[in-house]
Design a protein. Structure first.
Ligand code: C2E
Ligand code: MG
Ligand code: MG
Ligand code: MG
Length: 291
């Protein structure tokens, strides 16, 4: 009886395993086709300077527009892309699309705008990364200071010589480097002084609870103060309420990003937002100088 039971369990487990990996395999093939058939798109979420209130840049976030399944979140396919090795071509496509779009907005007089692109750990380790980044900037004509690469703590946690060399190469090109989801990794803080970073992105889990949980509030304060002592800028991710915003302002946070301002939106919609901002500023300028 017990033996039967055990065997059944094993069979169930095996069946689940194979169907799971079959599913992953099928999804992997679908994703490969999506990349070829232009089913991927990039959405943009504005990032604002807390002092001026201006949109100074945006984060590029990939989506998969499947003909039958609809819009698929990156949370559902980035890890798959990593497992299947598709992350390098996918990541290059996102970077190219985002840089070309940013250059187009700059050329339309909406300059200066900076775009932040997420880099996965596997993509970071790819030997061709530096050449790819250089090629994308060259092809699109975007100046390097307008590109920011968001790294995960898992990338910098590896204290390998190769990691430091890659970061120095990127920095030497003039690219900005940030740490995404700061505070959620298990790494030591010593990398902050060794690596040539520009910005820390406070993870949204701290931001969401900073107005109700004093521990989260303390962490946000500590991150902002530490960053400033290290001459780094700080951006708070996932700002959703005015209460969070005013607390962040009081704590001297530099930049904000979150649904309070805008969810990630399609390029066309983002362009409208930029145009609106430019128009407002022009009118404000006219009203000031004309009075
Ligand atoms: P992330 O880089 O930390 O990006 C921020 C995520 O938080 C985005 O989710 C964004 O939509 C969401 N978010 C922003 N503000 C708010 C808010 O106020 N409230 C809430 N609840 N959420 C907010 P998204 O677009 O689903 O992306 C999820 C993750 O997928 C990203 O997290 C990033 O790790 C990964 N990802 C997205 N695009 C790419 C890409 O092109 N390459 C790589 N390697 N990873 C990507
Ligand atoms: Mg990010
Ligand atoms: Mg993040
Ligand atoms: Mg995240």
């Amino acid at each position: 009886r017990a033996k039967d039971h055990g065997r059944n369990n094993y069979q169930l487990y095996a069946a689940e395993m194979s169907s799971l990996s079959f599913e992953r395999l099928a999804l992997g093939n679908m994703l490969r086709k999506a990349l070829d058939h232009e089913e991927l798109l990039v959405h943009y979420q504005p990032q604002l300077d807390l002092r001026t209130g201006r949109i100074f840049g945006m984060e590029a976030l990939v989506r998969w527009q499947h003909p039958d399944l609809g819009l698929i979140s990156p949370l559902q396919f980035i890890s798959l892309a990593e497992e299947t090795g598709l992350i390098s071509p996918l990541g290059e496509w996102v970077m190219r699309t985002a840089c070309a779009q940013t250059k187009a907005w700059q050329a339309a007089g909406l300059a200066p705008l900076r775009v932040a692109v997420n880099l996965s750990a596997r993509q970071f380790k790819h030997v061709g990364l530096i050449d790819t980044v250089a090629q994308v900037l060259d092809d699109t004509g975007l100046e390097p200071q307008y590109l920011e690469l968001e790294l995960t703590e898992s990338i910098v946690a590896e204290n390998a010589e190769a990691t430091i060399a890659t970061l120095r190469d990127l920095k030497a090109m003039g690219i900005k480097l940030s740490i995404d989801d700061f505070g959620t990794g298990y790494s030591s803080l010593s990398y902050l002084k060794r690596f040539p970073l520009d910005l820390l992105k406070i993870d949204q889990s701290f931001v969401h609870h900073m107005t109700s949980d004093s521990d989260d509030a303390a962490i946000v304060t500590a991150v902002i103060n530490m960053a400033h002592s290290l001459k780094l800028k700080v951006i708070a991710e996932g700002v959703q309420t005015e209460e969070q915003l005013s607390l962040l302002r009081r704590q001297d946070c530099d930049q904000v990003q979150g649904n309070l301002f805008s969810k990630p939106i399609a390029a066309e919609e983002f362009g409208q937002l930029l145009l609106q901002q430019a128009t407002n500023e022009r009118w404000q300028h006219l009203l000031r100088t004309g009075s």
